[in-house]
Design a protein around this ligand. Structure first.
Ligand code: NAD
Length: 500
């Protein structure tokens, strides 16, 4: 749909990193596609004292790699206005309201307001309350709120935050960002499942042995040590991105592809995730911290020596775990997940490992296992899908060999595909919440994560470590080995199809 949307964006945190790196370029891309054109305006607010002119210079700087002509960039930037603002000061909301009304009249915007909170979640409650009290929620048109992660620190804080926001906005006006849901291949999960009878008919515990999700980062904490040391991999990655991917893999087919139907199925899937007892946590989850090591011959230091990280920090930079989903479909199928920093390479992939054929006709030992069929969904940076199958090796003997049927999005497709933030803002403009997390999803995810966190927080012994540049600690491999499995990573060619 490319009809023009008339809308007033107010971006709280308009001078911040997210706004500059993601939001402004995404708005420009939507502008180039005609989704926002003439009847839109953007108010950027933050503490700094900037003029409109300076703000527009910054906007043009942030889109410099995308612009088609200087005039075009200037015309786009002319829709941007800056308002210096301290979110704790109610006076400032009064000025903001005056500006909002002026711009709505100038650009013929019919009360459609998109409030984007691109700043620390500590301020979300205050901002939404003030938007309401100072009359910034319009009576005409739509009012939508986009909020960034993290949504709370645990269930309790998330619930308090949610109640504050829900005093002003209804659930269907709240768009909680999980940018993973804007990724092309995450959105493709439902298509791969529900547009292919061959796949969906086997998508259950009769045919699938286990499912593996790896979200691997090559970088360490870099400058984010202060934030990360209070968060850790479990909160930073598992509570949101990984559990969202789990819900898309595990959900039942929705009646329709509407946001309500899809989110209902995701909510049901997340509710069925077993919340572990302390004993089960110890059995099914491992954590670790990166130690010194090397990658591409570059020496890397250990986590505890990173900037703004406590020397005796017990924060995990790696998590591996087994998730169990108590439904008819998934009973007995473990979902193994792992994520970590400073691993050997950056990449996110899902490996669906199918059960073996009942008998091996190709070996003298009928019990000898053939390589499993593995369906891999490559999320990033490679985007694609592969299927590992066994075939006859060319020659007079009857031997098997394993191939991968691989489709990888071309460089051209990747270059032209929309950014996650562009797609998510587009969806929000259309009132489509499919790719945003509902409160019930957030709540279930926190309940699962909190049970693990509680056990770990009570254990003050040192964490296992793994060398920087490896794929994690031995404990992660042992977790699968005790079930008779191993991690798959890049099962692209038979040669590489080995335990990693
Ligand atoms: P940032 O620190 O770069 O920017 C924060 C913004 O908030 C700045 O514009 C600052 O001026 C403003 N601000 C701070 N205190 C204020 C106050 N009292 N009154 C008015 N304005 C105030 O942060 P960021 O990296 O842009 O992140 C913003 C949000 O987005 C956070 O919730 C973060 O977790 C989330 N997020 C960021 C990224 C990213 O790539 N940067 C990715 C995912 C999520």
């Amino acid at each position: 749909m490319t009809t023009e949307q008339n809308v007033l964006f107010t971006i709280f945190g308009g001078t911040g990193d997210l706004a500059k790196r993601k939001l402004y370029p995404s708005l420009y891309r939507l502008y180039k596609k005609g989704i926002i054109k003439e009847q839109f305006a953007v108010i950027g607010t933050a503490r700094r004292e900037w003029t409109d002119d300076h703000y527009r210079e910054i906007i043009i700087e942030t889109i410099k790699d995308l612009i088609v002509s200087e005039e075009d960039a200037i015309e786009f930037a002319s829709h941007f206005y800056y308002q210096s603002h301290n979110v704790n000061d109610s006076e400032h909301y009064v000025s903001l309201k005056v500006l909002a009304e002026k711009l709505e009249a100038r650009y013929h915007i019919k009360g459609n307001r998109l409030h984007y909170l691109a700043m620390s979640p500590d301020f979300f409650g205050t901002i939404t309350q003030q938007l309401n009290e100072q009359g910034l929620v319009s009576d005409t048109g739509f009012n939508r709120l986009i909020i960034e992660k993290p949504f709370g620190h645990d269930y309790e804080t998330a619930n308090i935050l949610n109640e504050q926001i829900r005093e002003v906005f209804d659930e269907n006006q709240i768009f909680r960002i999980d940018h993973y849901l804007g990724k092309e291949m995450v959105q493709n999960i439902s298509t791969v499942r529900f547009a292919n009878n061959m796949i969906e008919s086997m998508w259950n515990n009769r045919y699938i042995d286990n499912i593996q999700i790896t979200l691997s980062e090559a970088l360490g904490v870099e400058e984010r040590g202060g934030y990360y040391d209070k968060s850790g991999a479990l909160r930073d990655m598992v509570q949101n991105h990984i559990l969202q991917v789990v819900s898309l893999l595990a959900m039942e087919p929705p009646a329709k592809l509407s946001d309500i139907d899809i989110r209902n199925e995701k909510i049901k899937a997340l509710r069925a995730v077993r919340v572990f007892t302390p004993e089960e946590v110890k059995e099914n989850f491992v954590r670790a911290q990166y130690d010194v090591g090397s990658n591409d011959d570059i020496l890397l230091n250990k986590y505890q020596n990173e900037l703004n990280v406590a020397e005796d920090s017990l924060t995990e930079t790696f998590v591996a775990g087994k998730i169990l989903i108590d439904t008819f479909r998934w009973k007995g199928v473990p979902f193994y997940i792992r994520t970590g920093k400073r691993l050997s390479e950056k990449g996110t992939q899902i490996n669906i490992v199918f059960k073996n054929v009942p008998l091996n006709l190709f070996s003298e030992d009928a019990e000898e296992k053939l390589p499993s069929n593995v369906l891999t969904i490559f999320i990033q940076p490679t985007e694609g899908i592969s299927l590992q199958i066994n075939t006859k090796k060319t020659g007079i003997d009857l031997e098997t060999e394993t191939f991968d049927l691989m489709h990888q999005h071309s460089a051209e497709t990747l270059a032209n595909s929309p950014e996650a933030y562009e797609k998510l803002i587009f969806d929000c403009l259309n009132g489509d919440a499919t790719n945003f997390t509902h409160w019930d999803e957030v709540a279930s995810s926190w309940r699962f994560v909190d049970a693990i966190r509680k056990v770990w927080d009570q254990d003050k012994t040192n964490l296992p470590s793994y060398p920087s540049g490896s794929m994690g600690p031995a404990e992660s491999d042992a977790l699968l080995a005790k079930d008779g499995f191993y991690w798959y990573w890049n099962p692209i060619s038979p040669d590489e199809n080995e335990k990693k």
